[in-house]
Design a binder for this molecule. Structure first.
Ligand code: B12
Length: 369
């Protein structure tokens, strides 16, 4: 993954640096973490171009995988939510320290001005920040707006700065309908959009369906900008069903509109179908309500992009998260059965829910695997 040869003699390799950084990050020890990152990117006598290369490698081959590992440990329930927050805060400080260290080594001439932002509702700012810092290191003037930027403010900032491209980040698929609205609003303002982040699916397939360009990572974003994103077409201002004609069946709209009722009924059915829930504490009950909300939100999103796999992937992921916390996967079946029941008149919703039931290897209603 990493190009270890980029690091100078006498300094740790990128692999070693990643290993050394892990403990301070997971301990929430910013002082030790910062000193490691600063030492790796000390400006000392290095030529600016080389310093920029090393900084980019540290961002992408050390800090990014460390952050991903935080996610893996959280999912496996080996670290707490609080530890995950503390670790993320340390990593964010490492990115800032690295950006400060390189401030005087940035290219003198700007390649152009771009805006990097997360879609409204999206809290995962670190991926966007990594993209922003890499583009700065490569000579772009970057307006970085961070997490959850409301679309109207995004567009008005574009008018204000005259940025030539918008780089839109999203990690959580349930933000895709909002991302779609942001993409068409920016394009309608005459500005091309490059999308990225885990929400946009394997190979960026949802970004492409929404008529945005896509890149897998920060270097890919730099390459796409170098090649030029082109001007948005005259049909840029459009309703979502122009890109996604299946929306005409109104299944997405219906599920979204009635989501509160769907959740309420599903909760009642879960209580009946999963008797262990009767002994749940208030905290456990609240988490269950939250889980059902997520299930309905992912169902709606799968209908929006017309992809059963989006929902199935989420349900399998949820089952893994629950199992790591001692909750059996069959606790998910009553919620799925309830939604299947409630949505039996909707063929696409039924296909999505049935797809997830098969993926979770459910032999049949009420007969947990
Ligand atoms: C840190 C973190 C958080 C922090 C975010 C803080 C912050 N300042 O960023 C907090 C605590 C807020 C959080 C909240 C939640 N999180 Co969270 N989070 C993470 C975690 C651990 C790390 C994210 C990260 O920074 N990754 C590192 C970067 C480098 O990876 P990356 O996303 O792949 O980014 C690269 C590319 O995608 C690409 N890229 C990204 N953006 C863009 C943009 C453009 C234009 C381009 C070209 C490229 C590009 O380039 C990047 C750099 O190379 C991930 C786990 C993980 N594996 O990522 C979970 C994760 C994303 N979170 C998850 C979840 C479920 C949530 C919550 C729903 C939890 C909850 N129940 O409340 C909320 C949602 C909040 C919201 N509304 O957005 C799940 C998502 C699962 C799913 N299937 O949807 C994950 C995967 C956790 C897991 N291990 O399963 N989270």
């Amino acid at each position: 993954m990493s190009n270890n040869t980029l690091v100078d003699e006498g300094k740790p390799t990128l692999d070693e640096l990643r290993e050394r950084l892990w403990q301070p990050v997971i301990d929430g020890d910013a002082v030790r973490a910062l000193s490691l990152v600063r030492a790796a990117c000390a400006p000392d006598t290095r030529e600016p171009g080389r310093l920029r290369d090393i900084a980019e490698r540290v961002l992408l081959d050390v800090i990014a995988p460390t952050q991903e590992r935080v996610g893996v440990e959280w999912a496996a329930n080996t670290i707490t939510v609080a530890q995950e927050h503390a670790a993320t805060a340390v990593n964010e400080r490492c990115v800032s320290a690295l950006a400060d260290t390189c401030a005087d080594a940035l290219p003198a001439t700007s390649r152009g001005r771009v805006l990097v932002a997360c879609v409204d509702g999206e809290w995962h700012a670190l991926p966007a920040r990594l993209v922003a810092e890499v583009l700065r290191l490569r000579g772009w003037h970057v307006d970085y707006l961070g997490a959850q930027v409301p679309t109207e403010h995004l567009v008005s900032h574009l008018h204000h700065t005259g940025a030539e491209a918008v780089l839109l980040s999203s990690s959580i698929p349930t933000h895709l309908p909002i991302a779609h609205a942001a993409i068409s609003a920016c394009q309608a303002a005459g500005v091309p959009v490059l999308a990225g982040g885990a929400a946009f699916g394997e190979g960026g397939r949802y970004a492409r369906a929404m008529k945005a360009k896509w890149a897998p990572d920060a270097p890919g974003a730099a390459e796409a900008l170098d090649e030029g994103l082109g001007r948005p077409s005259v049909t840029a201002a459009r309703l979502p069903d122009l890109d996604l004609p299946h929306l005409n069946d109104q299944e997405y709209t219906m599920v979204r509109r009635t989501r509160r009722q769907l959740v309420k009924q599903a909760l009642a059915d879960v209580e009946e179908g999963f008797p262990a829930m009767r002994d749940y504490s208030d905290y456990q009950r609240e988490r269950t309500v939250e889980d059902i909300h997520h299930i309905v939100a992912y169902l709606a999103t799968a209908l929006y992009v017309n992809d059963v796999a989006l929902f199935t992937t989420f349900m399998v992921w949820t089952a893994g998260i629950l199992e790591a916390r001692g909750v059996p996967r069959h606790s998910l079946f009553p919620a799925l059965d309830s939604l299947l029941n409630q949505l039996s008149d909707f063929p696409r919703a039924t296909a999505v829910l049935s797809g997830a039931r098969s993926a979770l290897t459910i032999p049949g209603p009420g007969r947990p695997a």
